[in-house]
Design a protein around this ligand. Structure first.
Ligand SMILES: Cc1cc2nc3c(=O)[nH]c(=O)nc-3n(C[C@H](O)[C@H](O)[C@H](O)COP(=O)(O)OP(=O)(O)OC[C@H]3O[C@@H](n4cnc5c(N)ncnc54)[C@H](O)[C@@H]3O)c2cc1C
Length: 289
């Protein structure tokens, strides 16, 4: 455990002030101990994966951050098509390893740069695949320390949401589909190449900032990115935060951006799209603080 730990280095935005405490548990028991510590000290707590869907305030987080990574990053085949995977395993690694094992289901998530735990909680998805379609069960630790295996069928899966709240995910069991290894690996390469050409993949960002909206009745469906682009906002910049000229639903940190810069860009984009198209964009990125 480290006190007063700057969080910017733990997020893909490279933004975020200090946490009162940051813990890196290596087992479910460690997670339970971290939650007990938060309870005993009356502190708020937050589970963090690779921070690839988080915008953390410049003032930081006055609580305990429980960062799930190494030690909880195992992947074990328990049947030919069934893997038990630690919440700390990066999703791109899961995608590559399952493709190499000739298993389809999550290989197209190779460009989703979070952990499996964050992916399950957020129901991360891309190119027709998502966690909801493959999760058989999820192992969680509650603030009481209770470890529970929750069936995937019991979760309230939605677009970018699993309904999981107030627990820390430590592992998941995935049911995958046998397929030809060569085809899967070619698919992995194709989707990664698409990411590199079509999105600011190597720049500090959080992926899509807004959820794709439902269109007003009778109107054609347009993605958040298409609406922001049509509003002429590609390249729109405040401070060091910019609507990516490559993909309008990405707001990138040009280097030295503050959370306040990003939030001002978010507010401006939200307002402009509302005024111009009457569409209320909702955030996909999680704001902390
Ligand atoms: C370049 C880029 C491209 C992206 N593309 C996609 C995409 O195509 N599709 C997509 O769905 N997302 C995409 N994302 C967003 C992001 O990668 C996913 O949402 C990812 O699953 C988040 O995982 P994480 O470990 O980084 O979670 P974090 O950002 O650390 O956390 C996200 C949320 O999950 C919670 N959480 C994280 N881990 C746990 C845990 N173990 N237990 C309980 N709660 C937890 C956090 O408290 C927070 O509420 C992209 C992001 C980037 C930067």
């Amino acid at each position: 455990m480290r006190g007063d730990e700057p969080l910017a280095r733990y997020t893909t935005y490279r933004i975020g002030g200090p946490a009162a405490a940051l813990v890196e548990p290596r087992s479910a028991e460690d997670v339970a101990a971290a939650l007990a510590f938060a309870g005993e000290t009356g502190s708020r707590w937050l589970a963090l994966g690779l921070g690839s869907n988080m915008l953390i305030a410049d003032a930081g987080f006055d609580g305990v951050v429980i960062r799930i990574g190494k030690g909880l990053d195992h992947a074990t085949a328990v049947a030919p098509d069934t893997w038990v995977v630690g919440a700390g395993l990066p999703t791109p690694l899961l995608a590559r390893r399952t493709a190499a094992a000739g298993l389809a289901g999550v290989h197209r998530l190779v460009g989703v740069p979070g952990t499996v735990g964050g992916g399950v909680v957020m129901n991360a998805g891309a190119h027709g695949q998502d966690f909801a379609s493959v999760v058989q069960s999820v192992r969680t630790v509650a603030p009481t320390g209770a470890v529970t295996e929750v069936s995937g069928g019991a979760l309230r899966w939605e677009y970018r949401d699993s309904g999981l709240r107030d627990v820390v995910v430590v592992a998941t069991t995935l049911r995958l589909e046998p397929a030809a290894r060569g085809d899967l690996e070619a698919d992995v390469r194709r989707h990664l190449a698409w990411r590199k050409v079509g999105t600011p993949f190597d720049e500090p960002c959080c992926g899509s900032v807004f959820r794709n909206p439902e269109p007003p009745s009778g109107e054609e469906r347009r993605t958040a990115g298409q609406l922001i682009d049509a509003a002429g906002l590609k390249g729109f910049t405040i401070g060091r935060a910019q609507v990516s000229p490559m993909h309008a639903n990405y707001i990138v940190n040009l280097g030295g951006a503050t959370a306040a810069d990003v939030r001002r860009v978010i507010d401006a984009v939200h307002q402009r799209v509302q005024q111009q198209f009457g569409v209320e964009l909702e955030l996909e990125v999680k704001l902390l603080g």
